[in-house]
Unconditional design. Structure first.
Length: 107
């Protein structure tokens, strides 16, 4: 998170939250996963309710609530699910010419 040291008469006013949202699924002994990440900005206005920063799980839960209110979580889940499904049942492949001496990725 990024915070103003002091703003609008309050200390440690968070203005940006960095997030990572990950989903995974296991199939036939393999785990497939997909992650979305980004930042979400916030603006504190003097007089509005203020929650002071604390390095606690309770404050983490508050920040997660902010993110869930600000982001389209259902859409993120849908994109992650679609990405995992495309990993499990690919519809595209990479093709190479023999003279390219391509080394396939190891699994």
């Amino acid at each position: 998170m990024n915070a103003h040291i002091q703003s609008e008469g309050e200390d440690n006013v968070i203005y940006t939250v960095h997030y990572r949202y990950t989903g995974s699924e296991e199939s036939n002994g393999e785990t497939y996963s997909s992650t979305e990440f980004g930042t979400q900005g916030y603006t504190y206005v003097a007089g509005e309710p203020f929650t002071p920063y604390e390095n606690t799980e309770a404050f983490e839960a508050i920040v997660i609530g902010w993110l869930e209110s600000s982001l389209d979580v259902d859409q993120m889940q849908a994109r992650i699910t679609a990405n995992i499904q495309s990993q499990m049942t690919p519809v595209n492949e990479d093709l190479y010419f023999t003279w390219q001496n391509h080394v396939p990725p190891t699994e």
